[in-house]
Ligand binder design. Structure first.
Ligand SMILES: C[S@@+](CC[C@H](N)C(=O)[O-])C[C@H]1O[C@@H](n2cnc3c(N)ncnc32)[C@H](O)[C@@H]1O
Length: 233
């Protein structure tokens, strides 16, 4: 941990500060958003290489939920988004602000606290209305948290919102995605590292398997997209 320089695309780097020894004051456990997860590297690389061929980031409004150190949201800003909001729980706000500042993105990226499932959205979000793009990296880790995540997604998504989430495929990833389906979200697997040699080069040879999913909010039609078929029991 410390300071990392991540190449998100050829010649385009972001500096990311990670935290050490930050623990939840109640549980005493390390706060998982203190460091960059490989899912964030996978999502950022996928956005800046493949997604940008079909999705124009220019002038888009972008929200990242459970941002941790904020790599995917900062990537969206680098790719041309006009307004990016990075959110997470309160103890992670200082490192998110630091990462906005060290990359010189203060003109278009803001940071605020957002706990999933909250009844009220922070004013910075309500002012922007519904977002063009919502980013999620390694947040499908606990099925019990998905109802709260779905509640927040329903508040920030409109008919034109795209939602992308990258995750390592662990047994509980599938469970979490099924929970989101039961909340009315469509799930489409857009990319899987097994079908693409990109992954190992990005994560430094980590043998785990990653996917990027599109989540289709309940009020959007996704019949034209191929539906996710769970690949984990
Ligand atoms: C596994 S970490 C991933 C961090 C970052 N997205 C990444 O990929 O590097 C999960 C993140 O979700 C955040 N999170 C978990 N539950 C949350 C909740 N109920 N409300 C807001 N954020 C939450 C954590 O604080 C943490 O930053």
């Amino acid at each position: 941990m410390g300071i990392r320089e991540i190449e998100i695309a050829s010649g385009n780097n972001l500096i990311i500060h990670e935290l050490e020894d930050i623990c939840d004051s109640v549980t005493g456990r390390a706060l998982t958003g203190s460091w960059i997860w490989d899912s964030a590297i996978v999502l950022s690389h996928w956005m800046s290489t493949q997604a940008k061929l079909n999705f124009d980031f220019t002038n888009k409004t972008v929200l990242e939920l459970g941002a941790g150190t904020g790599l995917p949201g900062l990537t969206a800003a680098r790719l041309g988004a006009s307004r990016v909001i990075l959110t997470d729980i309160e103890p992670l706000i200082p490192v998110l602000k630091k990462n906005v500042e060290v990359n010189g993105l203060e003109d278009r990226v803001v940071v605020c606290q957002l706990v999933w499932g909250s009844d009220e959205l922070p004013s910075q979000l309500s002012e922007l209305g519904q977002f063009d793009l919502v980013l999620l990296s390694d947040v499908f880790f606990d099925a019990a948290e998905m109802a709260a995540l779905a509640k927040t997604l329903n508040k920030v998504c409109g008919k034109g919102t795209t939602v992308w989430g990258a995750n390592e495929l662990r047994p509980w990833t599938s469970e979490s995605l099924r929970e989101l389906e039961s909340e009315g979200f469509g799930i489409v697997e857009l990319w899987n590292q097994l079908s693409d040699g990109l992954h190992e080069e990005v994560t430094g040879g980590n043998p785990e398997e990653f996917s990027v999913f599109q989540l289709v909010p309940p009020d959007q039609d996704f019949k034209h997209l191929e539906v996710w078929s769970p690949i984990l029991a």
